[in-house]
Design a protein around this ligand. Structure first.
Ligand SMILES: Cc1cc2nc3c(=O)[nH]c(=O)nc-3n(C[C@H](O)[C@H](O)[C@H](O)COP(=O)(O)O)c2cc1C
Length: 364
């Protein structure tokens, strides 16, 4: 029997197999940030088709500055809980677990998305991908951001989500605090790695006080900004952060990488060979060696053999996929029935504000 179909515990949550649908923004939310009927249908389809754990699209915790895209889901007010209850109710009958990913855009947004308000960030470092200049956050704004993340953790629990995942990846606000490239502060929130992780420590500590030590808090963590030059996030910083996360009671770490300025790092295009698969595997294995909580690997997993090898070689405990589930929401069932590889060609056309689906037309 393939190790991919063994169950696993993430804190108090038991997951029936090793497959994770990694957080995937679907551009299908209602204009007020609430969950749409189309989204309920999408999640139910994934659950019906044996995905063990679904992580929601990144859900922003502070309006309007936390919003990274139009049609993004939000959880900054209690009225938004109801939609997540519907998601939970749609997946639980199939034995699938649901984890809400929570985020704040920080500097990776534009004034057209934040209703004209200047984006906020740890430091004033212009986002080269958009040309947008953010405003440096005040101490009071950092404390408010912590409060808003903690409130979102509470709402995830109220909504019957089985856990929550802090988005500390891909160049959004918490990942901006972590990286010395985007965090140039000289106060207690910047400088040393102890200071750059302080906001994460506060959110998890206060979050646990609110929802209880047993409620699973997971993290999606950048293993790199996508640049190897000095001044960007280093592996030493990442290993320090992983150990800190474990000591704070984090239930699992999903290993990813890339900020928006580093194009093609997070969702690498054109994966055709086994060598191109699992492009964060080295980082995941390094993290797994310094912590004992479950590690989830995301990024370019395309064949069953490689996925199995990730588990058996103790590189990670679970495999997470995003683009392949856009093409084949029934992928897990197909792999169980003997299919060997995914149909997705990693063309990235699914990054489309018209709504999540596979737009691939050509050969590849
Ligand atoms: C359309 C699209 C939307 C995404 N939205 C999110 C998101 O909301 N949160 C997140 O952490 N990652 C997001 N990602 C990144 C994926 O979760 C994943 O880390 C990346 O695509 C690599 O995995 P893959 O090769 O299986 O696609 C998104 C990716 C795609 C293609």
């Amino acid at each position: 029997m393939s190790p991919l179909f063994n169950s696993i515990s993430i804190g108090s949550m038991i997951i029936k197999n090793r497959f994770v649908r990694s957080a995937t923004n679907d551009y299908l939310g209602n204009s007020d940030g609430s969950i749409s009927d189309q989204e309920v249908e999408l999640y139910q389809t994934l659950a019906e088709n044996d995905v063990g754990l679904i992580i929601t699209a990144h859900t922003y915790v502070q309006h309007p500055k936390g919003r990274a895209s139009i049609s993004q889901n939000a959880i900054y007010e209690d009225r938004l809980i109801r939609g997540y209850q519907k998601l939970a109710q749609s997946v639980h009958p199939y034995g699938t677990k649901l984890v809400m990913q929570i985020s704040h855009a920080g500097r990776q947004t534009t004034t057209s998305i934040t209703e004209g308000q200047t984006p906020i960030a740890p430091s004033m470092v212009i986002d080269q991908s958009t040309g947008q200049a953010p405003r440096e956050m005040s101490e009071a704004e950092i404390l408010t951001l912590i409060t808003d993340f903690v409130a979102a953790i509470g709402r995830a629990k109220t909504a019957d989500c089985d856990g929550v995942q802090l988005h500390i990846a891909h160049g959004y606000a918490l990942s901006q605090f972590l990286s010395p490239y985007t965090n140039r502060r000289s106060d207690q929130w910047g400088g040393s790695i102890e200071n750059r992780t302080r906001i994460i420590k506060e959110i998890i500590t206060q979050g646990k006080l609110l929802v209880g030590a047993d409620y699973p808090i997971l993290v999606k963590l950048n293993s790199t900004d996508g640049f190897s030059d000095p001044g960007y996030l280093s592996l030493d910083d990442v290993l320090y952060t992983a150990k800190l996360l474990e000591s704070l009671g984090t239930s699992a770490i999903e290993v990813s990488g890339g900020i928006k300025e580093a194009k093609g790092v997070m969702s690498r295009p054109g994966i055709k060979t086994a060598e191109q698969e699992a492009y964060f595997a080295v980082a995941a294995k390094a993290i797994k060696q310094v912590v004992s909580i479950p590690i989830i690997l995301v990024g370019g997993l395309r064949s069953k053999t490689i996925m199995e090898h990730i588990i058996t070689s103790q590189t990670a405990d679970m495999v997470a996929l995003s683009r392949p589930f856009v093409k084949e929401p029934n992928l897990v069932t197909k792999l169980l029935e003997g299919q060997e590889t995914v149909a997705c060609v990693s063309c990235n056309a699914c990054f489309n504000p018209n709504g999540l689906k596979c737009y691939y037309k050509g050969k590849d």
